[in-house]
Design a protein around this ligand. Sequence first.
Ligand code: NI
Length: 246
Amino acid sequence: MRLQLMTWPEVERYLARTPAILVPIGSTEQHGPSGLIGTDALTAEGLALGAATVAGAVVAPTLAIGMAQHHLGFPGSASLRPSTLVAVVRDLVVSMAATGFRQFLFVNGHGGNIAPLRTAFAEIYADTSFAGRAGALRCELFNWFESRALGPIVRELYGAAEGSHATPSEVALAAYYHRGQLRDVVLEPATAPGGHDFQDAADYRRRYPDGRMGSNPALAREEHGARIHDAVVADLLEAYHALIAA
Ligand code: NI
């Protein structure tokens, strides 16, 4: 269930049973000429809601702006600086802990969020350790695009054209949640230049002129998204159950 659609007595009863919450986190950034700006937030949210429905868990409001400075060479992209994102995540966790939540599973849709999330977790653990409250909180990170079940599906459907940004898998998953949103755009070349390196927004645009990294998102289909959703939700449920058992 969405936290936003609950009342405080309902949350209080939930906390008596399970002090855990799923927190979707994405980004607002270009996903090539055919991918939706909201892809990373929409996919993280859809997966979190899918797992929560099965597990009877609560889902926090999606953090839809992430650390995406390298995408600012393209219109529609927005970013927090790394230190801001660390502060936002720390405040979210520490404030919700004050109301009774203790276990936080971040369902992440964007690679640029990984380092700030890890730093935020270290700050949170410093807070508890310094205050003599070590063990009071637990934060886990689930990067859905690195999900174990995803690899074989992606290799079968897209091979090397999966690439690493504006991937057909993320485009298919977003299209599964938001039907009718697949764009019919001619991509040239069909599979974008690959690579993993970039520095600032200008460097990124120079290396990856249309925004994609090594991908051919024209291969994405809505029905692929259904398959990806089911497989990744199963992995996510495993991570959730491990967290609440800890
Ligand atoms: Ni993405």
